[in-house]
Design a protein around this ligand. Sequence first.
Ligand code: NAD
Length: 261
Amino acid sequence: MAEQTLEQQIDALAELIVKSRRIVVFTGAGISTESGIPDFRSPGGVWSRFDPNEFTYQQFLHTEEGRKRHWQLLKQMGEMMAVTEPNPAHDAIAELEKLGKLDCVITQNVDGMHQRAGNSEDRVIQLHGNITRVYCMRCDKRYPMDEILEWLRQGTEVPLCVECRGILKPEVIFFGEAMPVWETREAEQRARNCDLCIVVGSSLVVYPAAFMPMYALQSGAKLAIINQGATDMDGMAHVRIYGKGGEVLSQVMPRVREQLR
Ligand code: NAD
């Protein structure tokens, strides 16, 4: 079969969206790079500046040095996320909700961009948590990340709870940490029940999150992947578009609108 042109792929995705009623969008760090937040694995990504082996939950929990390192990275990411805005890819997914097409977004991201773009809180399943909130691991007191960032700016290296001196941790799932039970179960159920799964900006190598598109496929849904780099599921996708999420979806959505009119 002849390779499809980009135009044909964009038409094919628009057609899939128009025909679908329960779309699950699965997103990874790549959807937020057009907002200026680097992903982990691309050249210039976070792992080209930090060593991934030094960022595990166990190191955070058991060593002061590990916590210091984590907070250096969290400070950089938190500062960046505070000043960045959703991009056209986030906007397109918010529009899918307004059009009544979206069942939910399952995201690996911790940046809260889907909600900021207009998706309802109850339609965004955050598999790896949210960086805007911090909690005490001993007494569970909650803090906004903005407050902790201010402490870090003033020289604190490892923030501790003001009430009990317990370890403070952002509400994000670190590598090596157990996945949140409700979110993981809910995401699997929604993925198994959708009629179209659209992956945007994920290398699909972080498990168990990357099982979600697989569950969708196994249950008979169509699969579309928009990602710059290769993924292990490329061969299984009904539509595979190599490109930037924002650029691609900005071309897809006018065609969807047109056909729904
Ligand atoms: P990843 O870094 O493994 O992969 C990102 C993928 O996105 C790559 O394959 C890359 O080719 C692609 N990509 C980059 N820019 C793109 C664009 N504009 N359009 C389309 N594709 C693009 O990320 P991952 O698979 O999401 O896994 C890393 C883990 O780190 C996840 O848990 C993720 O949530 C977390 N993380 C989150 C953020 C965030 O919240 N913004 C940022 C960095 C990492």
